[in-house]
Design a protein around this ligand. Structure first.
Ligand code: HEC
Length: 181
């Protein structure tokens, strides 16, 4: 009797320990806790999780955005798209930019379907849409990020320095690279 009780007690502890270990292992497999963006990418996560909607978004997108002045529009990205630069861009886009991270409108997956996208007309740019994105130069992206797109939901981000914006521009380009998904 006592023997049987003991064995049962042990197996319950075993089960609890097992669940605990499983938890740790899945945390490790999920990748480093480096902010939402990173984890979402590592997991190829396309669900919504209160961060907007999955899917490819609108494409092609009607685009009536104001043109940047010629000399800015034609300016190439001065940074190399190194891993550090891309990661810097990702962190800014997904988490760090104030007052609201870009993902809130443009979506974790860059599809333009972030949680604040609903009701915005014109809708946020879908960075996955190659057809639309290939018409837009790096300098144009830079200029709109700094100055916003007047009369639309796209705010100006005056508190970002040049380097931060160019990092984001490199990161935005990744969304429409083939084979990213
Ligand atoms: C409150 C919602 C909102 C937030 C936050 C937001 N955007 Fe936008 N964004 C928009 C909308 C709406 C448009 C479409 C504007 C248009 O059609 O002219 C847009 C357009 C753009 C474009 C397209 C420019 C072009 O010439 O086609 C870029 C680039 C862009 N956003 C980058 C960003 C980045 C980077 C951030 C974060 C630093 C950001 N946006 C944050 C709503 C937002």
């Amino acid at each position: 009797m006592t023997q049987g009780f003991r064995r049962k007690g042990k197996s319950i502890i075993g089960v609890i320990l097992g669940i605990f270990i499983l938890g740790i292992v899945s945390e490790v497999l999920a990748g480093p806790p480096m902010g939402h963006g990173r984890r979402h990418h590592l997991r190829h996560h396309r669900g919504h999780h209160g961060q907007g909607f999955a899917g490819d978004g609108i494409c092609p997108q009607v685009r009536a955005t104001v043109q940047a002045p010629d000399e800015i529009r034609d300016q190439p990205n001065p940074l190399e798209p190194s891993r550090e630069v891309l990661y810097g861009g990702e962190t800014l886009f997904q988490v760090d930019v104030q007052p609201v991270a870009c993902k809130i409108c443009h979506g974790v997956n860059g599809n333009g379907l972030g949680i604040m996208a609903q009701g915005l007309n014109p809708p946020p740019r879908n960075f996955n849409c190659k057809e639309t994105m290939q018409e837009v130069s790096d300098g144009q992206l830079f200029w709109i990020i700094r100055n916003g797109s007047p009369g639309t939901g796209m705010p100006a981000f005056k508190n970002l320095d040049d380097k931060q914006i160019w990092k984001i521009v490199h990161y935005l380009r990744q969304f429409s690279k083939p084979g990213r998904k």
